[in-house]
Write a protein that binds this ligand. Structure first.
Ligand code: MN
Length: 425
């Protein structure tokens, strides 16, 4: 199945700014509420949201085997279940309909009026109903930094780390789309120089710069997915802010790992950028530092060159960039993560979400959390408004951005924006 939608020479009859994250080569998928309060599945070109439910009703997907209500849903799960062949047919068709020289919709004002919205007219929702959410820990730089701070710089990486894409099962009920505020959590923490815990608002709320991938139905219970087939089951990616309360985490995480420090909220960007759209940005990953077991050995490039940025915006102030990283730094790639996740026979279904783990780069300005950027509070960041930050303060907004760029095309994710509200009284 050719990926004609990726043709870098294609232009559209819609107006798109040259630096837009959403040129006609992107065609992401999302769910939104229209101005008439109708929920629908859609895509985005430039700053226009396109109602795929209306397009389907008006016959624009004729010849593609789709159920009548496939886009008239409040989640993408059923569409994702249809599999890669259908995703490609639909993405290619959308690209054809909006191609500059195609008059069919371009010259039909009645149809345009019900299919095309401006971004101001709609409200983005969570794109999938997330059944299960897993978070990995796949950035070597991040694992090394955290190991150095919490344990011993000489033995920062635990003995299993270079052999296993380490992960844990998170909680999906508290995953929210960009634009929804988060409350500072309360919990148990152990004050410095004390043997007894106290209860109260976390004093060390942090972001984690991550990406997450969303899967389709991948395997039957008991059947592993081979590493070189794993990408066939990945629908696409979003930006992912895995909110964390470091003081709660430090007290609770031994021996079973993160719990209440992590499950109070995680934010995602609302447009799922397909793995197909990211194909021009495939690159080789880091060389393994130790031999990997055969089920984790893969052929061909399986990392992606995605520029990532984090901005911190205090109340009544401008956003200030605090980190610049890249998805390609990940030591373990998505195919290895999915192969490892299923090697014991664990089944993965449509709408499951897998977080990468915090994506830190090699330099201090590329670290993916405040914990690392401020080195556990020892080196607070200086902000342009004169204030300093070791962790996230009340009413701060954290903004993640991500984009791929070559000399022909830019494919972006938009943003994942969340404000931290004060703890409940
Ligand atoms: Mn995480």
């Amino acid at each position: 199945m050719p990926l004609s939608a990726n043709n870098p020479d294609r232009t559209t009859w819609l107006e798109v700014a040259p630096n837009s994250d959403f040129p006609i080569q992107n065609i992401p998928f999302g769910v939104f509420l229209t101005r008439d309060d109708i929920i629908t599945i859609g895509t985005r070109i430039g700053d226009f949201a396109i109602d795929l439910g209306a397009m389907h009703q008006l016959g624009y997907f004729e010849g593609i085997d789709l159920t009548d209500d496939i886009f008239l849903q409040d989640s993408l799960n059923d569409f994702i279940s249809d599999g890669r062949k259908t995703w490609r047919l639909v993405r290619n068709r959308i690209s054809e309909v909006f191609e500059a020289n195609n008059p069919k919709l371009r010259d039909n004002m009645e149809h345009r009026d019900v299919i095309i919205f401006t971004m101001e007219e709609i409200e983005m929702q969570l794109p999938v109903s997330i059944g299960d959410y897993t978070d990995f820990y796949s950035s070597k730089e991040h694992a090394t930094n955290v190991g150095s701070m919490f344990r011993d710089p000489e033995k920062a990486l635990l003995p299993n780390w270079l052999h296993i894409p380490v992960g844990y099962h998170g909680r999906s009920s508290s995953i929210i789309p960009s634009g929804i505020n988060v409350r500072r959590p309360k919990g148990q923490t152990l004050p410095p120089d004390s043997d007894e815990p106290v209860f109260g608002p976390s004093k060390r709320v942090d972001f984690e710069l991550e990406m997450a991938f969303i899967t389709t139905d991948a395997n039957h219970l008991g059947e592993p997915i081979p590493v070189d087939e794993a990408e066939d089951y990945i629908f696409g990616l979003v930006l992912f802010n895995d909110w964390s309360a470091r003081d709660i985490q430090k007290w609770e995480y031994v021996p079973l790992g993160p719990f209440l420090a992590k499950n109070f909220a995680s934010s995602i960007s609302p447009w799922i950028v397909t793995l197909d759209a990211l194909q021009p940005f495939k690159v080789d990953g880091p060389e393994p530092e130790k031999p990997q077991l055969p089920y984790l050995q893969y052929t061909g490039p399986k990392s992606y060159d995605i520029n990532l940025e984090v901005y911190l915006q205090p109340e009544d102030s401008e956003p200030h960039k605090v980190s610049t990283s890249n998805f390609k730094y990940m030591y373990w790639n998505m195919a290895q993560q999915l192969a490892h996740h299923t090697v014991n026979g664990c089944n993965v279904v449509s709408g499951d979400m897998m977080g990468s783990g915090t994506i830190s780069g090699p330099t201090p300005d590329s670290y993916g959390s405040m914990l690392e950027l401020s080195w556990a509070g020892k080196n607070p960041l200086q902000l342009p408004d004169g204030s300093t930050r070791s962790f996230i303060e009340d009413n701060d907004t954290v903004i993640l951005k991500g984009y791929c760029q070559n000399d022909q095309v830019r494919i972006g994710f938009g943003e994942c924006r969340t404000k931290l509200l004060p703890a409940l009284k």
